[in-house]
Each structure stands twice: as C-alpha cells, then as structure tokens.
Design a binder for this molecule. Structure first.
Ligand code: FES
Ligand SMILES: [Fe+2]
Length: 346
C-alpha cells in the first residue's frame, strides 16, 4: 500500500472528546470487531449483558490481536492464542493453565457510550476522564423535539465514509459559515443566525432561512425554516430541522483514524408520523441525505488556512469558533496565528 497523502492541516489529529466509532449494529450481540482510531488498533466487543467494551487490540500475554479470533465468554473476551481472558476494564481474569490470573498486567480500556443507536468513544491524550457528556437525542438537543417519537436510524438511515481527509475542524467551522449554504446546498439565500449559546463543551446555533427570518429576530416558539446545530466537542454535531413532514435530526461525526485519515458518519432520525409509509421514509431519507455528500466534496479536498481571508461579516464568527475549538486540542498543538491575534477580540 502506498503511504497516504498527509492531511492538509497541521492541526492535531488527537483532539479530546467523544467521537463516533460506529452504531449499535457495528458490534452485534457477543460480537468481536477490529477497529482503528487515533492511531490505535482496538477491539470492540459486546458482553453477554449487552454492554459494549473497547480495549487496545493486543493481548498482553504474547501480543495476539484479540479482534481476530477472540471470543466473548461469561467473564470477558478470550484470546485466540492461549485462551487468556480479559474483562471490560482490561483486567486478566483467567489463564486456563494456571490457577491464578495475572493481576499485574492490564490492557488499556477505553470509555464507550452507546446512546440512541450510536457508539461513542472518549479520547484524551492526557488520559483524563470524560469531562462532558454525550447528550440524549430526546432531551439534549433542542426542547422543540422533546416528547416526539423518532423512527430508528438503523439500518437504512446511516452513511459511513472511510478513508477521508476531512479534519474535524473543517466540519465544525460550518457552524458559523452562513455563506456556503447558497453555493454548496443551493439555498435561495444565506441564513441568519437567530441564536447562539456556547458552553465549554457545546456550541449551539439556530440559523433561520428565507424571508421569514430576514429581520434576524428570533421567535423561540417558531422553528419553521430553521436549522438547530448542536455541537458537542469537535467530534460531532446534531442538526435538527422542522419540515412540513415533521422534524428530522442528523448526526454528523468526524473521527480521526490516524494522522492521515478520518472517517465521517451520518445518522438520520425522522419523526415518526402516524400515517407514514415505508415509501415516505425512503423519500424523506433521500431528501435529507443529499447535504452531507455536498459538504464532503468540499471538506475532503480543502486545506486549512490560518489565517483565512474573511469578509467583514465573517470575521467574528470564525475567530470565536476557532478559539472555542482550540480548547479541544492537546497543548502541544501549534498555536495558529489567527487564534493568537484573536485573543481579546470579538
Ligand atoms: S497471546 Fe493472548 S493468550 Fe497468549
Ligand atoms: Fe454544509
């Protein structure tokens, strides 16, 4: 295999946060699956109680890869080479030909959350425990969808793009990039930002489209012709949109595989309407699933400029989101000029 071309940015490929590694279906009951993210070979497995665990892939006995031939037992995952068994915390719980396990040696375990059919992995190069949470679709994105029922996204409401050169930063900057909608997504006009709420871990924006919102004044009870964008760290964002056929929510995630490549995931939930048919579902999915490939065509070939040349109206938003996203990169990351000069700015 030829060496992959480098990413078109020097931004770190080891950001901190929760990152999508698949869906519930990725790790079936008692399944053992090889994964590779953040430059690490991993094994994901679902124990007999249904809980998904992720460990470094290599057995600490003699280095066999647990993802290739390992199997789930009552107490953990058993290595195919000599039968040593490791639990979900990476502890050795049995050596078949010795009366005592090896208590000293552990396999690194990773924190996993399975929520709303999606698997998320916590990554932090400094080894810190998670300091923010993966929200619930029903209650954590926007109060406008609380109490609604959504159809499961699986199996047909998902997209998975491997071998991408899409840095998470390219994706997150969409949250402030009003002008690309006309050109990339064919909207009649650029949206106006109606609401923006930022915390240490979330960036929440409501963008209004068309004449209805031309005055730029938010009417919080009205969400027609708007998109609510809810970022959680820089790994993923939920996008919630009210349409004449009910609400739809899209999860867009970007996860580094190694220093050269990423994977991009799209997950689509449609509000479950009483009279909806299977044909309605596939038409509604097709309508919503066109946007991500449009963005990917840009992101996958984009280079990261620092500083970029911005129009007057764009400066404040880009500066603020770059300052915010900077907090998710390890300290050793280069401190790009734009963010240095933006200190104390808008
Ligand atoms: S290498 Fe895993 S049990 Fe020997
Ligand atoms: Fe976009």
């Amino acid at each position: 295999m030829t060496k992959a071309a480098p990413m078109r940015t020097t931004l770190s490929m080891k950001p901190t946060g929760w990152f999508q590694i698949g869906w519930s279906s990725t790790v079936p009951p008692e399944g053992v699956v090889p994964l590779r993210y953040f430059g690490q070979d991993l094994v994901a497995w679902r124990d007999r109680a249904g809980v998904v665990h992720v460990l470094d892939a290599y057995c600490q006995h003699l280095g066999a890869n647990l993802a290739h031939g390992g199997c789930v037992t009552d107490t953990g995952i058993r290595c195919p080479f000599h039968g040593w068994t490791w639990d979900g915390d990476g502890r050795n719980v049995s050596i078949p030909y010795q009366d005592r396990p090896n208590r000293a040696r552990r396999i690194r375990s990773w924190q996993v959350v399975e929520r709303d059919e999606v698997l998320f992995l916590w990554h932090d190069v400094h080894g810190r425990e998670p300091f923010f949470e993966v929200p619930d679709l029903a209650t954590g994105i926007t109060p406008h969808i609380t109490g609604l029922t959504f159809q499961p996204a699986l199996p047909d409401g998902v997209q998975h793009y491997r071998d991408m050169q899409v840095h998470p930063q390219f994706v997150i900057e969409n949250a402030v990039d009003r002008e690309h909608f006309q050109f990339v997504h064919g909207t009649a006009m650029s949206p106006v930002i109606l609401q923006e709420e930022v915390t240490d871990s979330t960036w929440h924006t409501v963008a209004g489209f068309g004449r209805r919102w031309a005055d730029g004044v938010d009417r919080p009870d009205d969400r027609r012709n708007t998109i609510t964008i809810h970022w959680v760290g820089i790994g993923f964002a939920y996008n919630a949109e009210q349409t004449p056929e009910g609400w739809r929510v899209v999860l867009i995630s970007t996860t580094p595989v190694d220093d050269d490549r990423t994977e991009v995931f799209g997950t689509y939930w449609l509000e479950d309407l009483p009279a909806g048919t299977a044909e309605d579902r596939s038409r509604r999915l097709n309508e919503i699933a066109v946007a991500l490939p449009q963005d990917l065509e840009i992101w996958n070939h984009q280079t990261y400029l620092d500083p970029p040349a911005l129009a007057t109206s764009e400066g404040a938003g880009f500066r603020r989101i770059r300052r915010w996203s900077d907090t998710f990169y390890p300290d050793s990351s280069p401190a790009p000029a734009m963010r240095r000069t933006a200190a104390g700015g808008v």
